[in-house]
Design a protein around this ligand. Structure first.
Ligand code: TXA
Ligand code: MG
Length: 316
């Protein structure tokens, strides 16, 4: 007897990769590990498959999806790359950078992927399991983070199962995601470039390739439609920049402090990013009714961590 209330968890052996790829070819939904977070993948060229992503997540249909490709050649079939885009791809692909580019007229993409926008958010991921499935399926894969819309993003197979349950039939378990925070999203404009979502590739990393003149989309204005203010919410009040915990708070620490969950005792921002969503998942599961988070420096990866924490703390 199979239990219909639980997704199937697959390993990462050749057989599992082949099975995941074949399910995707048939139009199914498969949760896959990437170097950032787990993605809920479907073939990007089929309307029914893409509609299933929106249904499983409870995602509003005006919020477009990121398209994942195995290499630059596959990207060329979908979007128009200028010199700056090529320089970015050269510097950061495969890796945690998503580039928003004009969609080609002949791109084989379901309309819902871009939610009617003339642009496509495209990324070539580095995770070996995601890359193996992309190659085995031979398809571009649309994949948002594999959580219910507005919830905390998943960095383990257990997080995916916890958030989506039977809404996803198959999860490929590749262990914990190494970067732990979603890809940086950059838009290239005639007038310059703009970070729509901070992530593992920092503003300084981008400036080293694109030159100065970049800007960061303000938290107020919704530049990436999915960057709604409240997101990543653990379902309880979150207090930021807390020096210490109150009795009714689950305290997420950073640096040399006593904490219920320590992001990085040594104050390493990459380690903290990798552990951030696990900390938020843990905070949702404890009996304590509130959450407090120690201050995180606003530099390097800290910019992306603080962006996510502000959204986790925003009123729903
Ligand atoms: O690291 C990641 O990017 C993960 C893994 C699975 O690859 N994916 C991810 O997808 O974070 P998602 O759906 O949770 O976030 C995608 C973001 C949303 O904020 C969406 O609005 C934005 O990308 N986006 C998608 N297409 C866009 C476009 N054409 N222009 C501007 N923003 C876009
Ligand atoms: Mg997401």
């Amino acid at each position: 007897m199979t239990d219909n209330s639980l997704p199937r968890i697959l390993g990462t052996d050749v057989g599992a990769i082949a099975e995941a790829a074949s399910r995707l070819q048939q139009g199914g939904l498969v949760a896959l590990p990437t170097e950032t977070v787990y993605g809920l993948a479907a073939r990007a060229d089929q309307a029914e498959a893409v509609a299933a992503i929106y249904r499983a997540k409870g995602r509003p249909d005006f919020n477009p999806l990121i398209v994942h490709v195995p290499d630059l050649a596959a990207a060329e079939a979908l979007v128009l790359l200028d010199d700056r885009a090529r320089d970015l791809a050269q510097a950061f692909w495969p890796g945690p950078l998503t580039i928003v580019l004009p969609k080609r007229d002949d791109a084989q993409l379901a309309a819902a992927v871009t939610a009617g926008l003339p642009t496509v958010a495209i990324r070539c991921p580095a995770h070996p399991v995601m890359r193996a499935v992309l190659q085995a399926s031979g398809l571009p894969l649309a994949a948002p983070s594999a959580n219910r819309s507005g919830g905390v993003s998943p960095t383990s197979a257990a997080h995916v199962a916890d958030s989506l349950g039977a809404r996803v039939e198959m999860i490929v378990d590749g262990g914990t995601c190494p970067a732990g925070i979603e890809s940086t999203i950059v838009a290239l404009r005639d007038s310059g470039w703009q970070v729509l979502r901070p992530g593992p590739v920092t503003q300084e990393d981008l400036a080293a390739v694109l030159g100065q003149g970049g800007s960061v989309a303000s938290g107020e204005k919704i530049e990436a439609p999915g960057q709604m203010t409240s997101h990543y919410a653990p379902g309880k009040p979150v207090r930021l920049n807390a020096a210490q915990k109150a009795a009714d708070e689950f305290f997420i620490g950073f640096g040399d402090v006593e904490a219920d969950y320590q992001l990085s005792r040594s104050g390493d921002l990459a380690e903290a990013a990798a552990r951030l969503y696990d900390a938020l998942h843990a905070s949702a599961h404890v009996a304590l009714p509130k959450v407090a988070v120690a201050p995180i420096p606003e530099s390097g990866m800290g910019v992306a961590i603080n962006d996510r924490l502000r959204r986790a703390a925003a009123p729903v």
